[in-house]
Ligand binder design. Structure first.
Ligand code: PLP
Ligand code: LYS
Length: 429
């Protein structure tokens, strides 16, 4: 369920009329609902905690999905941890109030300075993805006189996900140390200064809407825990990653309840039954995806003999998912269409000079005119966080709603900001 609905002929985010936000903040604009974020975080954490009653479960929100400070503070206040993938994310997580001992650092290519920063901050766990990274972490941490707790991110050779570009668990993907190598690396790490191996992690992909792939991968990991322990290794933590998917095709009256979350949690309970480990989870999209929309205004119509282009003021630099993954986002007019109003098939496109700057083709929508507002739904995850200034367009503002209140949690970038970071080379100055 999410908290965007029609009231008095207009689309509301909780108790805030989106027309009001468009007037005050302009378009395009991302709008997030605190209530939806809270609901999904609570549903997920309660489900996994209940399903694995003997294991301690920690939820680390994967902040790459949405790193807005207001969103992060909302989740930190609920007691979530953070799954980070760069020094920038660690810094932002700390600034948002996540305590260091609830921060996990994942990622395929961590640099020496990033690892040093993470160790200095005393973060909970580094998820090591290569042997070179094990060596580097050991060197960096021992030079600081510290011992960093870490796990190996294992590639289980079982991938899943909503698109080939977001599958991560196959051995063809770059992520994690090879399943066959873990035993040898664990043995090496036991004798290394600066690191303390605590267990294993995996993350098999994103937008996964079934539990079978997870179950196969998790079962493989549970067996690996047993094998490592039999060799005398300490394996106290199992970080099960994120990736649980959400519905993108949501009819307006749809209440997508906790079904998939519960099926997932039950599967986790089944697979880890009797296993004495602390479990970690790294959900991103599940927490914030349905909690956000991108509101945009129609600029122009461009009729062609075979189609009608609807040119809006948002573009692929603001929401890249359709261009990058052929992703589907529902489009809801902000003014509620009258029942039975005639519909037209539109190609909804942005102003960027690429044909790929197309949000959808042939989408049936009520008749729209320049000046009308529409919302790309389910844009809370990998929307603003993947945006860019391509075509020298300003990064769009982000607004967080709570009940009848809203706040601009990131203002629209200014042209001064856009130009201000560039430097001319001395020979052209
Ligand atoms: C290591 C890791 N954890 C968690 C996530 C979060 O994924 P999702 O947003 O699909 O839950 C990702 C991104 O896929 C990831 O790479
Ligand atoms: N960016 C992807 C998800 C990738 C997840 C990051 N590991 C999306 O928009 O669906």
């Amino acid at each position: 369920m999410h908290h965007f609905s029609y009231r008095d002929g207009s689309l509301f985010a909780e108790d805030v009329d989106l027309r009001e936000v468009a007037d005050a903040v302009g378009t395009p604009v991302y709008v997030y609902s605190s209530a939806t974020i809270e609901r999904h975080y609570r549903l997920f954490s309660a489900a996994v905690k209940a399903a694995a009653p003997t294991a301690k479960a920690h939820v680390f929100y994967a902040m790459k999905a949405n790193g807005n400070l207001g969103v992060l503070k909302t989740l930190a206040a609920l007691g979530a941890g953070a799954d980070t993938v760069s020094e920038g994310e660690i810094r932002k997580a700390l600034a948002a109030g996540f305590p260091p001992d609830r921060i996990v650092f994942s990622g395929v290519g961590k640099s020496e300075s990033e690892l040093r920063y993470a160790v200095e901050q005393g973060i909970y766990q580094v998820n090591i993805e290569t042997e070179g990274e094990l060596d580097l972490l050991s060197r960096v941490a021992s030079a600081l006189g510290k011992r960093q707790e870490a796990v190996f991110r294992v590639n289980p050779d079982i991938g899943a996900g909503g698109h080939a570009k977001i599958t991560t668990g196959s051995s063809e993907n770059k992520f994690g140390v090879s399943f066959e190598e873990v035993g040898r690396l664990y043995t090496r790490a036991a004798n290394m200064p600066g690191v303390r191996m605590m267990g294993l992690a995996l993350h098999i992909g994103s937008q996964i809407r079934e539990t079978e792939s997870y179950e196969a991968a998790y079962a493989k990991m549970v067996a690996l825990v047993g094998d490592l322990r039999a060799e005398g290794h300490r394996v106290e933590r199992l970080d099960l990653g994120g990736g649980l998917g959400i519905p993108y095709d949501i009819p307006k009256d749809f209440d997508h309840g906790p079904d998939l979350i519960e099926a997932y949690a039950a599967m986790v309970g089944r697979v880890t039954k009797g296993l004495d480990v602390e479990l970690g989870f790294e959900p991103g999209r599940l927490i914030v995806g349905n909690a956000g929309i991108l509101m945009t205004r129609v600029l122009h119509l461009n009729p062609r003999p075979t189609k009608q282009f609807l040119v809006v003021d948002a573009a692929m630099n603001d929401l890249v998912r359709p261009a990058m993954y052929e992703a589907y986002h529902e489009i809801w007019p902000v003014s509620e269409p009258e029942a039975g109003a005639p519909e037209i098939a539109y190609d909804v496109v942005g102003p960027i000079c690429e044909s790929g700057d197309t949000f959808t083709t042939g989408r049936l929508l009520p008749t729209l005119r320049p000046g009308d507002l529409i919302a790309f739904m389910t844009a809370g995850a990998y929307g603003a966080s993947m945006s860019s200034t391509y075509n020298q367009r300003l990064l769009v503002p982000e607004v967080l709603v709570k009940g009848a209140d809203y706040a601009v949690t990131r203002p629209r970038q200014s042209y001064e900001d856009l130009l201000g970071t560039d430097r001319a080379p001395p020979w052209l100055a």
